[in-house]
Design a protein around this ligand. Structure first.
Ligand code: MLT
Length: 261
């Protein structure tokens, strides 16, 4: 579990790393941490140097002011501190928002882009109001209670029915995240910038991945995203909901390998 001190911001990022080869940076979803990428650290280490950081305030990384664009700046600084000039950046959901911000503001850091279960658009007013309610809930009852309410939507019916260990693991990861960090991230999700305008400028190879039953960022959002990124490939993950990397890790890893090789 290495720690990386960022020289410019003075912040510390905790991360896991496995394998060697072209760097593959994995950016986690909300309200989880780097450990959601265990199936990828294990399953992709034979084709890449897989690097999975905890975003600020999550996992073992200390908290820091949290906005999607601010986190993208930190991720760029983190890559610099690791002496990684360019990486294929794979973000799932919130991680995808950060990856899209990175593509807008630090395009020179990207060798490729993998956008999993994410979207380019902003929250509408109902979604913003729900974020504010979620902040109240997490502050009052904690992250486990918040995620308990989210779980039926986050993972597909078939994952709930046939892979209870995947559901239990996601809940256990969420339960460890401090309420203050989760509340800060909720505000950042609510206020995130619209990424649509920059999609046309993405010039690196791009893979868009979506769980076929993703109820949070549905296949239609993924199709829209892919349609706006020149030359991108769209892959559906069978049986999976929003946490496609964990719900069907084999298919997810196969799609990433086919993209990287
Ligand atoms: C995530 O999985 O990171 C969240 O669902 C993102 C969001 O709520 O917009």
């Amino acid at each position: 579990m290495p720690l990386c001190k960022l020289p410019a911001s003075g912040l510390t990022i905790n991360y896991d790393e496995a394998g060697s080869g072209p760097p593959l940076l994995l950016l986690h979803a909300f309200p989880l941490d780097r450990t959601m990428w265990e199936p990828q650290l294990a399953g992709l280490a034979d084709v890449a140097r897989v690097i999975a950081p905890d975003l600020p305030g999550f996992g073992e990384s200390p908290a820091a002011p949290f906005t999607i664009e601010g986190v993208a700046d930190l991720v760029a600084e983190f890559l610099g501190a690791l002496n990684v000039p360019k990486a294929t950046v794979c973000g799932l959901s919130m991680g995808g928002y950060v990856a899209l911000a990175l593509a807008r503001t630090h395009a020179d850091k990207l060798a490729g882009l993998i956008l999993a279960d994410t979207r380019a658009g902003v929250d509408d007013s109902a979604a913003k109001a729900n974020r504010t309610k979620a902040v109240e809930l997490v502050n009052a009852q904690g992250t486990a209670a918040l995620f308990e309410g989210m779980a039926p939507k986050v993972m597909s019916e078939s994952t709930h029915a046939t892979k209870p260990e995947v559901v239990a693991r996601a809940k256990a990861i969420a339960a460890k995240q401090p309420a203050a960090s989760v509340a800060a991230a909720l505000a950042a999700l609510r206020d995130r910038p619209d990424a649509n305008a920059g999609l046309n400028d993405i010039a690196v190879p791009t893979l868009v991945i979506v769980g076929e039953h993703d109820g949070i960022t549905p296949p239609l959002a993924a199709a829209n995203l892919s349609a706006q990124i020149r030359g991108s490939t769209l892959v559906h993950i069978p049986g999976a909901g929003h946490l496609s990397n964990s719900e069907n890790a084999e298919a997810f890893n196969e799609a990433v390998k086919a993209f990287l090789l």
